[in-house]
Design a protein around this ligand. Sequence first.
Ligand code: AMP
Length: 340
Amino acid sequence: MWITTLGSHCALQVLKGAKDEGFMTAVVTERRREGLYRRFGFIDDFVVVDRFGDVAKPDLQAALRERGAVMVPHGTLVSEVGVDTVEGGLDVPIFGNRRMLRWESDRNLKEKLMKEAGIRLPRSFATPEEMDGLCIVKLHGARGGLGYFLADGPGPYRRKREELEAKGLLGRDAQVFIQEYVVGVPAYLHYFYSPLHRRLEFLGAEKRYETTVDGIGRVPSSLQGELSPSYVVVGNIPLVLRESLLEDVYRMGEDFVRASQRLVPPGSIGPFCLEGVYDAEARFVAFEFSARIVAGTNLYVNGSPYSALTYGGEQVSMGRRIAMEVKEAQASGSLDSVLT
Ligand code: AMP
């Protein structure tokens, strides 16, 4: 059996983990990145495409099926291939519940699921007139937070919006999503739900290093003036949480899994991430979730403090944890519980 994924995002970690568990590995890589992936000995085969969207071509899908390949979805599958294709046009077994990817991509569904889970959310506002404090204005489908802006009322909202429109960063008819800005510290919580063991595992936490928002503090406040932050992720920084926060971390993860089982059966399978801010009282307020492995798990190729606590001496990355579940499901004849 093979494990495959698109060559970007967290492909190295996923394929390394698969190799550690004894799988054959294939990367679907764009031609321009083939050289990068050839540097690593744990990748057995290279499926070279002109662009990632080509993975939906019938001959390519047939080649993956012939190998008995399981595809591990990540952010690039969502952004470059798209949920419509993943749901309706990708006839390759996917690790996890592929329907969850739509719930991740659609802001309304996303809010519905987080509310169902009882997770604390920032307030959202249907119109700029309703804003009653500092808000973050997000574009639908924005990649890396480019074009997001902050405003604390309808006047500043209109001014900033016009500025972005004039720069061509925002279409005149572009729909935006206005959300309460939560002042606090960001945290991304990496979970894995095992349907085989009916167990939630917390495997790591991280914070993101985002330009320019993480650079603005380097400019004296008197000169920060109208500098508007962008939120393009360039890397990830490890985070260990205060131990007294952990009970809540597990509870939120379990509530999320149960809510996903009710709304998107069979629910969450494998990795997901709750993404938010610890506010002034150290309460977690979630502004997003990812329904699949996140790139922040790349920090923990050799395992994280939390995977060490769960798996003893084993170095269990999220990529390896996925492969462990596939291997166990294969051995017990229950692949149906982990693939869709
Ligand atoms: P997103 O595209 O929703 O993941 O947001 C990109 C970045 O914007 C996050 O990593 C945070 O730094 C920041 N952010 C998003 N939503 C909020 C919020 N409601 N309050 C504070 N910061 C936020």
